[in-house]
Design a protein around this ligand. Structure first.
Ligand code: ATR
Length: 286
């Protein structure tokens, strides 16, 4: 990578950033495409407003926003695209004519990861575990499809109810049902897809799984965790012969969706595939 006065600047802001894979993904993408761009990280503990101003002043073309600023950033933006509006959180900002426009690519990345595995949501009964920020983006994307029923299971009932109320406000005709993590009352054999959006099973707590998989039949299991690549939840599912997917592809696709927004052009399938391989090697080599 050669840096000169013409190098276009992109960035990530959030806290903490010590574990982020985004610089690897974006800078590898720039290298592969021979772009004179660089993706930087700004780990910021406070003064979000000043940092956002700095992005503009320094001519940053676009930036990602991660925990804990995905909601707070909205008040400093000039506009939101419909994805960010519905979700109520922003992970991508594009600087256009000195105006800041917010997007959310988490749901798009999630949907693309299903598409690439040929998983269709139409008429499916889906169980989502967790009711935090990731669940919000994923459930919003799921509900944009003609699914049959969406169940959401969570530990904290208040968090669960507030997510369901919000989703019901955006999708009035959809059936969204609350569950506790013991899944009491659920006909497990009716479920087609289970998605873990909770942090249960994430490194360093590898030895736990959010739910008991006994009783499910022929389900597709998706864990958005990518560290470890195979959580206990996925391992138990694999032992039962279920199809499984970890969170690495969603991570890559949400990043590439940001690139498509910033560069205003589609990422080729070839680059996408190469980057996924690079990402696996990068993680496995660590
Ligand atoms: P994210 O933005 O990654 O979704 P989050 O908003 O903090 O992160 O949400 C984390 C999710 O993991 C929540 O659903 C949380 O459940 P609660 O609402 O009950 O807090 C869930 N979670 C985290 N630790 C958990 C644990 N030990 N057991 C069960 N659920 C847990």
């Amino acid at each position: 990578m050669k840096i000169n006065y013409k190098t276009e600047k992109y960035a990530l802001i959030g806290y903490p950033l010590s574990k982020t894979l985004s610089p690897f993904i974006h800078n590898t993408f720039y290298e592969k495409n021979n772009l004179n761009n660089i993706y930087l990280t700004f780990e910021i503990e406070s003064n979000l407003d000043k940092h956002i101003d700095a992005m503009k002043v320094l001519g940053v073309k676009g930036f990602n926003v991660t925990v804990p600023y995905k909601k707070e950033v909205i008040k400093y933006l000039d506009g939101l695209d419909s994805s960010a509006e519905k979700i109520g959180a922003v992970n991508t900002v594009k600087v256009l004519d000195n105006k800041l426009i917010g997007f959310n690519t988490d749901g798009l990345g999630f949907m693309k990861s299903l598409e690439r595995k040929d998983i269709r949501l139409k008429n499916k009964n889906i169980l989502v575990i967790g009711a935090g920020g990731a669940s919000n983006s994923i459930c919003t994307s799921i509900l944009e499809n003609e699914i049959n029923r969406l169940y959401i299971a969570n530990r904290n009932e208040d968090n669960l109810n507030s997510l369901i109320n919000k989703l019901e406000g955006n999708f009035i005709s959809k059936e969204i049902l609350p569950l506790s993590l013991d899944l009491r009352g659920l006909d497990k054999s009716s479920i087609d897809i289970i998605i873990n959006t909770s942090s249960v099973g994430m490194y360093p707590n590898n030895g736990i799984s959010p739910i008991d998989l006994n009783g499910f039949k022929d389900v597709f299991l998706y864990d958005i965790i990518y560290k470890p690549l195979e959580t206990k939840f996925l391992k138990e599912g694999r032992m039962k012969g279920f199809k499984c997917l970890n969170g690495l592809e969603m991570l890559l696709y949400q990043a590439l969706e940001s690139q498509e927004i910033w560069l205003d052009e589609l990422v080729s399938l070839e680059v996408e595939r190469e980057l996924l391989e690079d990402l696996y090697s990068h993680i496995e080599g660590k």
